[in-house]
Ligand binder design. Structure first.
Ligand code: ADP
Ligand code: MG
Length: 238
């Protein structure tokens, strides 16, 4: 069995009367690619916010490599090796591709030289090294999404949380994007992907977790999860 990287125990987040994440137990092992699926409003983005430290849980516990990190803020979680991308990709428009990626690196280093090296390595991994001097605002959507991955990678994460990165990509952009994520994983980065493009998740993930109304309703190998009755019903109810 490989090393347990992340564990949530009974993690819960409420917004007023809505329980967005409801007593969720999750285990993520080193070097996995886990697909996190669920209908709209299931609590996927909220769960990412909890793991990344953008939101504190109301109850429950979060552990990274066995250490209790419950309630740690985002910059601490980043230092603990957790990085996330956002559903809506908005690079800093006045900056180049390289400068945007360096912003991610500055989460972990104050050295401009180190930030630059880490940003360049990340851009290389996502296939944007020819575009370092391009203004980020002039990138296509596919390249903006790659830049968003590079910005997260520049902080040298051990765990990368990808929130709907493939939405809006055309088929010609999708296949290389999936290949990039496989490369990132081969470099030793554990990945959790939230995605509406279910077939892309099926290609990528070694394991799938399905949540609905903040609760885990199924988990396991992609093929068995997707044929489970609870999952079919959750999606039909979407
Ligand atoms: P998903 O990403 O799976 O679509 P979300 O985590 O965005 O789901 O949302 C889960 C539930 O929590 C939804 O009912 C949503 O309306 C609610 N929610 C999420 N964020 C907030 C917030 N900041 N304030 C109030 N309600 C929220
Ligand atoms: Mg979401």
């Amino acid at each position: 069995m490989s090393t347990l990287m992340l564990r949530t125990t009974g993690i819960t987040k409420r917004f007023g009367g809505v329980t967005a994440v409801d007593s969720l137990d999750l285990e993520i092992f080193e070097n996995e690619i886990v697909g996190l699926l669920g209908p709209n409003g299931a609590g996927k983005s909220t769960l990412f916010n909890l793991i990344a430290g953008a939101l504190p849980p109301d109850t429950g516990r979060l552990e990274v490599f066995g250490e209790d990190v419950t309630g740690q803020p985002a910059h601490r979680m980043c230092q603990r090796g957790v990085a996330r991308t956002f559903q809506i990709v908005r690079p800093l428009a006045g900056l180049t591709v390289l400068e945007n990626a360096m912003v991610g690196a500055f989460a972990k280093t104050r050295s401009v030289r180190h930030a630059r090296e880490r940003a360049e390595a990340a851009l290389d991994l996502v296939g944007l090294s020819e575009m370092v001097t391009t203004m980020a605002s002039s990138l296509t959507l596919g390249h903006r999404k790659r830049l968003e991955v590079a910005r997260a990678l520049a902080s040298q994460p051990q765990l990368l949380l990808l929130d709907e990165m493939m939405a809006g990509l055309n088929p010609a952009e999708l296949d290389p994007f999936i290949e990039i994520l496989r490369d990132v994983n081969r470099q030793g980065v554990t990945i959790i992907v939230v995605e509406h493009v279910v077939h892309a998740v099926m290609q990528l993930a070694s394991r799938i977790v399905v949540i609905s109304q903040g609760r885990k309703i199924s988990e396991g190998l992609p093929a068995s999860v997707m044929s489970s009755r609870a999952v079919v019903e959750a999606y039909l109810g979407d």
